[in-house]
Design a protein around this ligand. Structure first.
Ligand code: ZN
Length: 352
């Protein structure tokens, strides 16, 4: 989840789109294919105006994107097939593969019917800790806490600080403050305990149940048996790997394969690094993914695929299909490849 470079991508998108650059540039920067990234797909989000709304798209939009890409000549293939096509330098024509992080239930109830209609495969990256309720969708929990109160108290090393959440604007600031606190100030290993203590201090009970927005194991098993679905790994506890010790990061990347095998009967071959941005995954983590035996791994860096990615199968960029700007024109612009160097300091081959 959570996309670090959204603002810059949006700027790049608009520059490319409104200058008419995208269609002209496609033959030069278009790449060989793309990995699309989804999170939630629902027509009835619980918090349609919430701070995490970028994580949701409507199923009708997914349908429109796939139809438009097919009309433009994209073949929708499995991730396994996409990897083969990257290795072959893109021979076989333009391709796309769809991925979804975190295993939201709406992937099954609302996205799957659209995918079946188009025969489009999907890879769903599962973090067992989220499914078991041992780890939190903390960005969702933070949003709920901020929405529930007009003011919050945060314990800091310098004493308690009051956070104003009385207006929509203040709530947005409060969310940002708490994101900074949890992702930069609290140790990664302590994130859950800190969040729960923060909720308790503010009179809010978190029950530690598995969130109702995620699939349970029976549902994931049903999905795993579907011919269009591949299950990938998303670490055990949805952690920022870069903030962990080597031993802990290797455990999260390596042992999730065994947990998913025990739950689903098959060892996952593909990984999505949680968060996937520069401060969550670097060369060290790519090495751990290699050592753990993954065939591919994806980040949340923005970019189309190029033939050169055959040498970087464990650091593949994606195109986020983002809920804040659900427009087929935006997706087309991103697929043109023109936003890839614009969002990556001129880089054409985006890895880590
Ligand atoms: Zn995630």
């Amino acid at each position: 989840m959570i996309d670090g470079g959204e603002a810059i991508r949006k700027l790049a998108l608009n520059v490319a789109r409104y200058t008419g650059l995208a269609p002209l540039a496609k033959p030069f920067v278009g790449g060989i294919g793309a990995i699309l990234m989804l999170h939630r797909v629902t027509a009835t989000p619980e918090k349609p105006d919430g701070v995490n709304r970028h994580l949701n798209i409507a199923p009708g939009f997914l349908d429109a994107v796939i139809a438009d890409m097919k009309a433009d000549g994209y073949a929708f293939v499995s991730l396994e097939e996409a990897i083969e096509r990257i290795k072959a330098g893109g021979k076989g024509g333009q391709f796309a593969t769809i991925t979804a992080d975190d295993a939201y239930r709406d992937n099954m109830t609302e996205a799957l019917p659209v995918l079946e209609k188009h025969g489009a495969p999907i890879t769903i990256y599962v973090a067992p800790g989220l499914i078991d309720g041992a780890a939190d969708l903390w960005w969702d929990v933070v949003e709920d806490i901020v929405n529930a109160r007009d003011r919050l108290t945060l314990a800091t090393p310098d004493g308690p600080v009051t956070i104003d959440c009385s207006t929509r604007g203040k709530k947005l600031q409060a969310n940002n403050r708490l994101h900074t606190w949890l992702t930069l100030e609290v140790r990664e290993e302590d994130l859950r305990a800190a969040l729960h203590e923060f909720a308790r201090m503010n009179g809010i009970r978190l029950d530690g149940q598995q969130p109702s927005t995620l699939m349970n194991w029976d549902e994931i098993r049903t999905m795993a048996a579907h011919p269009l679905v591949t299950i990938g790994a998303h670490t055990i506890n949805h952690v920022n790997l870069k903030r962990l010790s080597e031993a802990d990061a290797r455990h999260e990347i390596g042992d999730v394969r065994r947990i998913l095998q025990a739950r689903l009967g098959e060892e996952p071959r593909h990984l999505a690094y949680p968060y996937g941005y520069a401060s969550a995954v670097g060369c060290r983590e790519v090495g751990f993914a290699r050592d753990a035996g993954y065939v591919s791994a994806v980040t949340t860096r923005h970019g189309v695929l190029r033939a050169e990615h055959s040498g970087f199968l464990l650091a593949l960029p994606r195109i986020s299909v983002n809920g804040r700007y659900q427009s087929v024109a935006h997706i087309r612009t991103m697929l043109s490849g023109v936003t890839t160097p614009l969002a990556n300091a001129g880089k054409m081959v985006v890895t880590i």
